[in-house]
Design a protein around this ligand. Structure first.
Ligand code: A2P
Length: 318
């Protein structure tokens, strides 16, 4: 699996990763752990989790097993991302939250630690949807200072954000001493994020893609991506699947892609995206697909604020 350099930290990130989010969170732990182990066997090296997902301990167990089985020599061969949940998005909660995450994973460092959302809720539960009455103003500057401290302490090699708009990234860049290495966002042919991609490229912020297949099977996901006619025509003409076209498309946008499958055939299928290309004609057809965001984040909106509308959360990029 090819890798690219993260400008902010000078570390490399594998361009295809394996996601471990599922909803309801923590529903099928054995399957999750077995799938992660199988993914390592197949050659996946980049794994994405979050404090919210309840998959950190399973990922930790799978990593220990993989080392014991000799599938990888050491933890250093893996790239592990986790995320700070909104209830810990307060200056003094960040370091303890990272320590807890590392304990769950049985690791002494992360490769990448992300602010999960530009949202704070009162300290307490890790849950989605969040309780709207618990939403409080998000103090980007002080949360980011704590993230920088995590990197300086060597507890994570890189730091970044997730679900940030251009405007929120601009605010962050204005005060950050360590700029974000990554912005992890929803992206697929039905939500292409052209402006955000251009901005991030200019600023040296790497994009990691979640829901590249439209998050089928989650509470918010739909089959719209995997049922898209245009994508089916392109896939059929190439002898590829729609999923492979989606993953290849994201890859060609120079993003790293997180994909999740608990099915061994599909896990293998999803790796076959590096040795073929989409044509100019394919890309043009994909560019014309009507756009529709899959996960708007309505749960972070409240009449009392801090975000009173989706436009305030996404800064009109929706
Ligand atoms: P499954 O575990 O049965 O393979 P996303 O990455 O956008 O969140 O989508 C994940 C969903 O897409 C999972 O439910 C997964 O189901 C399904 N999926 C993953 N890979 C493929 C594929 N190659 N073809 C069809 N569906 C896939």
């Amino acid at each position: 699996i090819p890798e690219t350099i993260l400008v902010s930290s000078d570390k490399t990130i594998p361009l295809l990763g394996f996601g471990t989010a599922e909803y309801p969170f923590g529903a099928s732990s054995e399957t999750m752990k077995d799938s992660i182990l199988h993914a390592i066997k197949l050659g996946y090296r980049h794994f994405d989790t979050a404090a919210l997902y309840q998959s950190e301990p399973l990922l930790g167990e799978a990593i220990s097993d993989a080392i014991q089985l000799g599938l990888v020599k050491s933890r250093d061969e893996l790239f592990i991302t986790s995320k700070l949940w909104c209830s810990d998005a307060h200056h003094d909660c960040v370091l303890p939250a990272l320590h807890k995450t590392l304990k769950n994973l049985k690791l002494d460092y992360l490769d990448l630690y992300l602010v999960h959302w530009p949202v704070s809720v009162k300290p307490g539960e890790y849950e989605l949807p969040v309780k709207q009455k618990d939403l409080v103003p998000f103090d980007l500057k002080s949360v980011w200072e704590a993230m920088e401290e995590c990197q300086k302490l060597g507890l994570t090699k890189s730091i970044g954000v997730s679900n940030f708009s251009i405007k929120k990234l601009e605010n962050l860049l204005a005060t950050a001493k360590i700029p974000p290495a990554v912005n992890q966002v929803e992206m697929n042919p039905l939500w292409q994020q052209k402006k955000l991609r251009d901005f991030c490229e200019k600023k040296g912020i790497h994009i990691t893609v979640y829901s590249p297949l439209g998050a089928k099977g989650t509470l918010w996901g739909t089959n719209l991506v995997l049922d898209c006619k245009v994508l089916k025509e392109i896939a059929d003409a190439k002898g590829k699947t729609i999923a492979q076209v989606c993953l290849r498309w994201a890859h060609e946008q120079e993003a790293s892609v997180l994909v999740k499958s608990f099915n061994e055939e599909r896990m293998k299928e999803n790796l076959d995206i590096f040795e073929w290309k989409l044509s100019q004609d394919d890309l043009q057809k994909i560019n014309q697909i009507p756009q529709r965001k899959g996960f708007p984040g309505l749960e972070f909106i409240s009449d009392e604020g801090p975000y009173k509308s989706l436009e305030e959360l996404w800064d009109e990029e929706i």
